[in-house]
Design a protein around this ligand. Structure first.
Ligand code: SAH
Ligand code: SF4
Ligand code: F3S
Length: 474
């Protein structure tokens, strides 16, 4: 399972060139239309990986001559990029996709596409085929690179298309990108996951781990920095295993060092890291590299060793805490965040309390907390799960109450300090002008001139609550 060399399909430059020719042909069809360019509507669920994929879909759509709209009713093409991580995410998608049927009745020429992680599951594709007949195209993450060809086929012949091949996965370079943001950018450094945590659907829908070549990543970051991006997040399901599958194996710390060496004033972030692969070398590299933000998102999921074992996380609580201590020794002001699952099958309230103990020892700045959601096809979905939902909810509320108190205290400690922050957005709250991020990625609502957008500036922190900080530009 760990050696995936040779199984990764690298899509050739000629293939991507061919896709761009499909874009050019569609653009020609679109140019003749009265009333200006046709519009595309995209909606993205799930993680940053999916956001990054949607930026590629929009890149292709732009090359096909589409404009963009935020009103699905106006769109000639609708693309819904979906997430399968929890049942709730799937239900929202089914609800929203179901509602599109009315628009399609009024505009039968509309093309509705469903892609992403949900689409890759045979049971979902089947349900769409049978019960959501207004959906024209279903495709999984492995074939995103041939989106133009799929659209071309739909435009030139009638019928629906389902493309969800079950393969270990592909890598394609050179797909055009339309990014949402001008200050922050995502850069995927690898795809897929080999870990098979027993609750998780990702390895089934995203395939095996495969790394992009370092030179491709470095030239993308260089270009982003030249375009003025200030905050770059390197993405992967487990960035700590980056490079192991390459013909010339390397590691994530080495990549981080090389990204750090790119000239320019910018911050480097990364996610997600798996504790079992987080190394001392990584921590030392983080401490040494000035552009690497002092923040680590290190999910531990549960504080009890028996639960960690059935989750197939392959680390113990003590090993996790040991790594956190080592990191704090090197970077005392590190910002720490984590993911936690409450109510894993068979987790007793006593075992859950071990999770609270980890919170008390580590004192995370923020947490992403979830109640276990059975994903069909994963081992955990088959495990006995006797605890009633109300009891899980009680534990969940204890967890969030404890974390809220810690976050509030940690945020209060910023008051009176001056922090160099990146102005990353204009505020939609009239009391503030800008939103900003500390180097540790805490949200700050800032008063001051809106022209500072996109700049690193000193902010005097004047207030805080459990969610964010408040301050003024100096
Ligand atoms: N690759 C990342 C996580 C990706 S999914 C990592 O390993 O850290 C993001 C988070 O969703 C996970 O960390 C986990 O906390 C949560 N999650 C995944 N599957 C889940 C499920 N079946 N039920 C509830 N939460 C889940
Ligand atoms: Fe899922 Fe585990 Fe892989 Fe993260 S490391 S994506 S939780 S299987
Ligand atoms: Fe969801 Fe797929 Fe990301 S399942 S969390 S969109 S990798």
């Amino acid at each position: 399972m760990s050696d995936t060399r040779g199984t990764t399909k690298r899509i050739s430059a000629e293939e991507i060139e061919r896709q761009k020719q499909f874009c050019a042909e569609i653009r020609k069809m679109n140019e003749g239309r009265p009333g200006g360019p046709p519009l595309a509507y995209t909606q993205t669920y799930g993680c940053q990986q999916n956001e990054a994929d949607s930026e590629r879909i929009r890149g292709y759509l732009e090359q096909m001559g589409f404009g963009f709209t935020t009103d699905a009713e106006q769109a000639r093409i609708i693309v819904i990029n979906t997430c399968a991580i929890r049942e709730h995410a799937e239900q929202r998608v089914f609800g929203n996709v179901g509602a599109l049927v009315h628009g399609k009745r009024r505009h039968p020429e509309q093309i509705i596409c469903l892609c992403g992680c949900m689409a890759q599951q045979p049971r979902v594709a089947q349900k769409i085929r049978e019960s959501y007949r207004h959906v024209d195209l279903v495709f999984g993450p492995h074939v995103l690179w041939k989106f133009p060809e799929m659209i071309h086929t739909l435009l030139t012949r009638r019928g629906r298309m389902f493309l969800t091949p079950d393969e270990p996965g592909s890598i394609a370079e050179g797909i055009p990108v339309v990014r949402q943001d001008k200050v922050k950018a995502w850069v995927s450094i690898m795809y897929g996951c080999n870990n098979f945590c027993s609750y998780c659907i990702v390895p089934y829908v995203r395939g095996r781990e495969r790394s992009r070549q370092p030179e491709d990543i470095l030239s993308e970051v260089e270009q982003l920095v030249n375009e003025g991006y200030k905050d770059i997040t390197l993405l992967g399901q487990n960035v700590n295993s980056y490079g192991r599958d390459l013909d010339e194996p390397t590691d994530f710390a080495t990549l981080l060092e090389a990204v750090n060496a790119i000239p320019g004033d910018f911050l480097i972030r990364f996610m997600t890291s798996h504790p079992k692969d987080a190394t001392q070398k990584l921590f030392e590299t983080m401490a040494r590299c000035k552009k690497v933000a002092p923040v680590l998102h290190l999910p531990f999921q549960a504080g009890n060793d028996r639960i960690l074992r059935v989750m197939n996380r392959r680390h113990t609580r003590e090993q996790y805490l040991e790594k956190i201590r080592a990191l704090k020794a090197l970077i005392p002001d590190i910002t720490l965040t984590s993911d936690i699952i409450v109510g894993f099958p068979g987790e007793s309230t006593e075992e859950f309390e071990d999770t609270l103990k980890v919170l008390e020892e580590v004192r995370f700045d923020a947490l992403f907390t979830f109640i276990f959601s059975p994903r069909p096809g994963t081992p955990a979905a088959e495990m006995a799960d006797p605890m009633p939902r109300e009891e899980k909810l009680k534990n969940f509320n204890r967890l969030t109450a404890l974390q809220d108190a810690i976050s509030e205290e940690k945020h209060a400690a910023y008051i009176g300090k001056t922090v160099r922050c990146l102005m990353d957005g204009l505020s939609d709250d009239a009391r503030y002008d800008l939103t900003a991020r500390t180097p540790g990625n805490r949200l700050v609502r800032v008063t001051g001139e809106r022209s500072a957008l996109g700049q690193f500036r000193d902010v005097k922190i004047t207030g805080a609550n459990k969610w964010s900080l408040f301050g003024e530009l100096i």
